[in-house]
Write a protein that binds this ligand. Sequence first.
Ligand code: DQA
Length: 146
Amino acid sequence: MQMKILIIHGPNINILGRRDKSVYGNFTYEELNNLIYEKSRELGFEVDIFHSNCEGQIIDKLHQVMDADIDGIIINPGAYTHYSIAIRDAIEVLKIPVIEVHLSNVFGREDFREKSVTAPVCTGQISGFGVNSYILALEYFKLMNL
Ligand code: DQA
């Protein structure tokens, strides 16, 4: 059975390529998604990519997962990582593995980025590897599925 992975991109991830390249790298949002599609194909996963700049829409998407046939989630909650208790509560309910990813190393930047309110209810967090943070998360799902 093919594994089904949902990618959730939070606020401002859609303008990747226009954000500070020294922090977020050179990839555009489209290139990031193409890389995710390519890697998922290689690993034999079915992947669905969702983006929203709105907290409520991300929560609605997480709620849909409760009744959907999805095996795992990779989420980059963007700045919501640092303060959205509502997204945290929606993740906490899920029974499938959720990996939090960040392009930048959130521990090497401003103090307010060091705190993730969402990571404690995720299976784990991958931070600081640019677009490869997503690739490493996909690789985790492959290892988990062996
Ligand atoms: C980010 C890190 C967050 O602190 C920031 O607000 C983002 C992107 C990352 O992928 O590095 O928008 O989640």
